[in-house]
Structures are given as structure tokens and as C-alpha cells.
Ligand binder design. Structure first.
Ligand SMILES: CC(C)(COP(=O)(O)OP(=O)(O)OC[C@H]1O[C@@H](n2cnc3c(N)ncnc32)[C@H](O)[C@@H]1OP(=O)(O)O)[C@@H](O)C(=O)NCCC(=O)NCCS
Length: 329
């Protein structure tokens, strides 16, 4: 039997675009109010990419910071994985553009499309490849420009999402010296294509003048169903970690930043206090695949990642796809 190489997270970086879209700005676009948005979601503002930025631009900024944090040169990277549902274009992969722009001369690259669970899934793929010796150093980026697929006349969706990127560098635990990969999960519940989706632009509804006229290239969502699903899955995933390791081992929960009310409901179900969870949803909204690594970097800067304690990262979203990533910091 081959021994697995222990894996750690050597570097973390985050980037959000400068422009802020506040709830007051949204009041001018749709029939909504700051009060409604804050009460139902906890979101106060979100960032919006500049017209000349594409998803790989955001990813590049986050990735450079993650590499610097890891004290690693771009040509040491073996593989670039970009988790996104709003890549630069349907193909080629945004990871290839990113690898080229970064100067990852030896690396291969691919995108992973799992919406809000993308970073958590990509991290497990990366860790598995390092554990098995197939790669030494892997860059994982979650990057999204959701503002390009939002309909700013649809109040069901436009207030919830924002743009941003977060990046992590995985390598051997020996080199990283922190963030030991302990595992995670990758799951799905089928038959839910319509609940949260960008209906057109793929083989089901290729882009035509008619799909554009029907606004099928924009994100569509059935909010209430997603809410119930997210609370249930969040609580189950964290409970699984508690059952295995014990409640006192958990240093912090850094969940997908989905909605303050979802996070609060799940924490209540778990009978855990809100100070065990890290939230930045008020400032960025839901940035899908970027949300966990952005929050993780900010949790690190805020001193919330405690040496020797568990960092639990549950994520869930379109698919419905769900899973978690577990590190010991
Ligand atoms: C979207 C969401 C905030 C809506 O909250 P809700 O409590 O379910 O609200 P409802 O959809 O029941 O709507 C309640 C009322 O507010 C209205 N409303 C909906 N959106 C509104 C908005 N942006 N501003 C003001 N009013 C709004 C509705 O029309 C409804 O009015 P009515 O009672 O007169 O019919 C909530 O369902 C949610 O957070 N879902 C999860 C979404 C999510 O996180 N998706 C990403 C997952 S990765």
C-alpha cells in the first residue's frame, strides 16, 4: 500500500473589484428596499467588476497574492484549477488563460463547474492529487463575475450576488506548515436543474435571439426551495464533523457566504453560537465559487484561524451540489 503525502494550504489570496453596489443603488433599479434586503439576507453591498475586467483578471489578482503568501514561484505550480460558472467564455478554460497570465510555465489547467461548491470540490481534487504524488503544488482559484449573468430588473436575484475571487495554494504539509487537509465531501441532489440555473447558452437551450429575448441567459432562482435546502445541508455537514471530531475541536466555521439568515438558521439548528462562524456576506453578497476562499483569507487576517483547531467549510448551491472542506490550521 502506498502512503499518502500529507497536504497543507500554503497560501491564500483574495481580490474584490473596487466598485460597490449598495442596497440604496438597487432601490433605484428594482422595487426593493435596504431594510428588506438587510432583514432577509444580511447583505448591505456587493462588488461589481469593471467593464474591462473578465473573470481571469479577478482570478489573476487573487492568485498572485496566494502565491506570494505561499512564497512560491509560478513555475513551481503543476496544475491550475479554476472553479467558476462565469468563466471568460464557455471554452477554452479560464484556468488556461490564468496559468498563462501568471507564468505557470509547467502547469496544466482546467475549470471545475460546481457553482457555489466549486472551491470546496476543487480543493479536494487538488489535495487528492498531491496526496497520491501525481502533483506537488496546485493552485485552486474560485472566481466569478456573477453581475454579467444577473438581470438587474429581477428583484428575486439581483440583490443576492456579487463579483470576486479567492485563491489557495496547496502543497505538501511539510512545505506548507499549516492548513492540514483532513478531507471533505462531494454530494448532489438531482432533479433540481430549474431551482437555480442559467437556463440558456448550453446544449439544452443554445443561445438564440429568442433565448436572449426571453432573458434565459440570466440566472433564475426559486428562493424558498434553495433556502430550505441550504439550511438542512449546512447543518448536516457541520454535524458530521462534530460527530467525528467533537464540538470542542472546531475553531471556526467558514461557510459559503450564502445569506445571513441561512447561516443563522443552520447555527441555531446546531445549537452553536454565531461567534463560531465567520461571515462577510454584508460586504460582498454571495460570490458563488469565490465566497469560501475570500472569507477564509479574511478569517486568517482577522486571526480567526486558530492553530491546531478545525476549520470547517460547508458549501452548497446549484445542482443541487453540496459538500465541505475540512482543514486543521
Ligand atoms: C430570496 C430570499 C431572500 C427571499 O426571501 P423570502 O423570505 O423567501 O421571501 P419571499 O420570496 O417569500 O417573498 C416575500 C415577499 O417579499 C417580496 N420580495 C421578493 N424579493 C424582494 C425584494 N428584493 N425586495 C422587496 N421585496 C421582495 C415578495 O414578492 C413577497 O411579497 P408578497 O408577500 O407580497 O408576495 C430567500 O428565499 C433566500 O435567501 N433564498 C436563498 C437564496 C440563495 O441564497 N440562493 C443562492 C444559493 S447558493
Amino acid at each position: 500500500m502506498t502512503t499518502l503525502i500529507p497536504v497543507g494550504m500554503a497560501g491564500l489570496g483574495r481580490y474584490v473589484p473596487e466598485r460597490r453596489l449598495t442596497n440604496q443603488d438597487l432601490e433605484k433599479l428594482v422595487d426593493t428596499s435596504d431594510d428588506w434586503i438587510v432583514q432577509r439576507t444580511g447583505i448591505r453591498e456587493r462588488r461589481i467588476a469593471a467593464p474591462d475586467q473578465v473573470t481571469s483578471t479577478l482570478a489573476l489578482n487573487a492568485a498572485r497574492l496566494a502565491l506570494a503568501d505561499a512564497r512560491m514561484e509560478p513555475d513551481e505550480i503543476d496544475l491550475v484549477i479554476c472553479a467558476t460558472v462565469t468563466g471568460d467564455q464557455p471554452f477554452p478554460a479560464t484556468a488556461c488563460r490564468l496559468g498563462l497570465d501568471l507564468g505557470c510555465k509547467r502547469a496544466g489547467g482546467f475549470d471545475l463547474g460546481a457553482a457555489c461548491s466549486g472551491f470546496v470540490f476543487s480543493s479536494q481534487v487538488a489535495a487528492g492529487m498531491i496526496q497520491s504524488g501525481q502533483a506537488k503544488n496546485i493552485l485552486v482559484v474560485g472566481a466569478e463575475i456573477l453581475s454579467r449573468i444577473l438581470d438587474y430588473s429581477d428583484r428575486n436575484t439581483c440583490e443576492l450576488f456579487g463579483d470576486g475571487a479567492g485563491a489557495a495554494v496547496y502543497t505538501s504539509l511539510e512545505r506548507a506548515g499549516r492548513g492540514e487537509f483532513l478531507g471533505g465531501s462531494i454530494g448532489m441532489e438531482g432533479g433540481a436543474e430549474g431551482i437555480l440555473a442559467q437556463p440558456a447558452g448550453g446544449s439544452r437551450h443554445p443561445a438564440t435571439a429568442s433565448t436572449v429575448e426571453q432573458k434565459l441567459h440570466y440566472m433564475k432562482m426559486g428562493g424558498t426551495k434553495v433556502f430550505r435546502f441550504a439550511v438542512r445541508v449546512f447543518a448536516e455537514l457541520v454535524q458530521g464533523v462534530i460527530d467525528k471530531y467533537g464540538r470542542d475541536q472546531i475553531g471556526v466555521i467558514v461557510p459559503h457566504q450564502v445569506n445571513q439568515r441561512i447561516i443563522e438558521s443552520a447555527m441555531e439548528q446546531l445549537s452553536m453560537p454565531m461567534d463560531s462562524v465567520f461571515c462577510n456576506i454584508d460586504r460582498y453578497g454571495n460570490t458563488s465559487a469565490a465566497s469560501v476562499p475570500i472569507a477564509l483569507r479574511e478569517a486568517l487576517e482577522a486571526g480567526r484561524l486558530q492553530k491546531g483547531k478545525l476549520v470547517v467549510m460547508p458549501a452548497f448551491g446549484a445542482g443541487m451540489a453540496w459538500g465541505h472542506l475540512l482543514l486543521r490550521w
